[in-house]
Design a protein around this ligand. Structure first.
Ligand code: SF4
Ligand code: MG
Length: 332
């Protein structure tokens, strides 16, 4: 499978009055051509910071990419110049956010906004740009696209506005689309339609998608693979099937127990007790230890490095690591 993006050992920190917050602490993952990779976790786990790092949108100061690399088309995005990054944003890697209104200018017609987006990155005539805009609105399922190009954002419903934002993000045919909580602001029916749209455009365009969400329901609908993030680290990665039916990290299991599931009737929802560690001074060992019912001595002291369970299922947990027994014997 062709890899379009490779994030290696990424560390991102933010300087605050209270000290340095280590928001992302050694994140590594690949994005394959044409797949949807979901990055899932509670708020503050570092998932949005990871995606903003890929776009190089971390405000510096106070934030900074401390180390690691982000490889895209033989370039390390942590090192390219700002002008070069500006060309990549939108044209090669696009991003959409939770609230479509923040991405749209209320005083300009949607047609002008989409056309402007095209002309920023491509040398095309006005007529070509307009045609491309019509095609794009059609692709994202907006009826009578030609007429609607002349309308303003407030003339569309919330779901339609998010479709327009998706059209704008895709209009230059990027290889990667990053969607950060793209359906969180929408009601459930519209949410399902937008998720369906992601599948549809992926089939038609082959775009690779990174979907950032706290919502496992969203993940279940569209993700091919899932990376579970906790306290600035990816603690488990697997195919959708592996994560939902064979989760191995106690945090992943906790997340699954804390959301309503359609496939297990009458299952009780169990929230995960406790709270994530302070990222000013993250624990040396497993960051989930204080909340984990299986925690052992070794968990507090040493971080469990990745254990490979299958070709695409990895977990950072001592329960799965054969070296745990030896380490514990040495400790006693
Ligand atoms: Fe729990 Fe230990 Fe696994 Fe962390 S490493 S999740 S504390 S068992
Ligand atoms: Mg976020």
């Amino acid at each position: 499978m062709k890899k379009v993006l490779q994030v290696n050992d990424l560390h991102v920190s933010f300087r605050t009055y209270g000290g340095e917050v280590k928001a992302v602490r050694g994140v590594t993952f690949d994005l394959n051509k044409g797949e949807t990779l979901a990055i899932v976790g509670e708020s503050g786990c570092g998932k949005s910071v990871t995606s903003q790092s890929i776009m190089r949108l971390i405000p510096n100061p106070p934030g900074r990419i401390v180390s690691g690399s982000i490889l895209f088309k033989d370039k390390d995005l942590t090192k390219v110049s700002e002008p070069e990054m500006r060309k990549i944003r939108g044209a090669d890697i696009s991003m959409i956010f939770q609230d479509p209104m923040t991405a749209l200018n209320p005083t300009i017609t949607v047609g002008e906004q989409i056309i402007e987006g095209i002309r920023q990155h491509k040398k095309v005539t006005a007529a070509e740009a307009k045609n491309a805009a019509v095609d794009m609105l059609d692709l994202v399922g907006i009826p009578s696209p030609e007429a609607r190009l002349k309308q303003y954002p407030h003339q569309f419903s919330g779901g339609m506005r998010q479709r327009i934002v998706i059209a704008m993000a895709l209009v230059c045919q990027p290889e990667v689309l990053i969607a950060d909580e793209p359906t969180t602001a929408l009601d459930v029916t519209i949410q399902a339609q937008i998720l369906e749209l992601f599948r549809d455009i992926q089939e038609k365009t082959g775009v690779s998608i990174i979907l950032i969400t706290h919502d496992l329901g969203v993940v279940a609908q569209v993700a091919d693979r899932i990376a579970v993030m906790y306290a600035g680290k990816i603690v488990e990665t697997g195919s959708r099937r592996e994560i939902f039916y064979n989760p191995q990290h106690p945090y992943t299991r906790g997340l699954l127990r804390s959301v309503p599931r359609l496939d297990i009737e009458g299952a009780d929802l169990v929230p995960i007790g406790g709270s994530p560690p302070d990222l000013f001074s993250p624990p040396a060992g497993c960051p989930f230890a204080a909340r984990c019912e299986y925690a052992m001595d070794v968990c507090d002291r040493v971080y469990p490095s990745e254990t490979r369970l299958s070709s695409n299922h990895q977990v950072d947990c001592w329960l799965q690591d054969e070296r745990a027994k030896k380490l514990m014997a040495a400790m006693n």
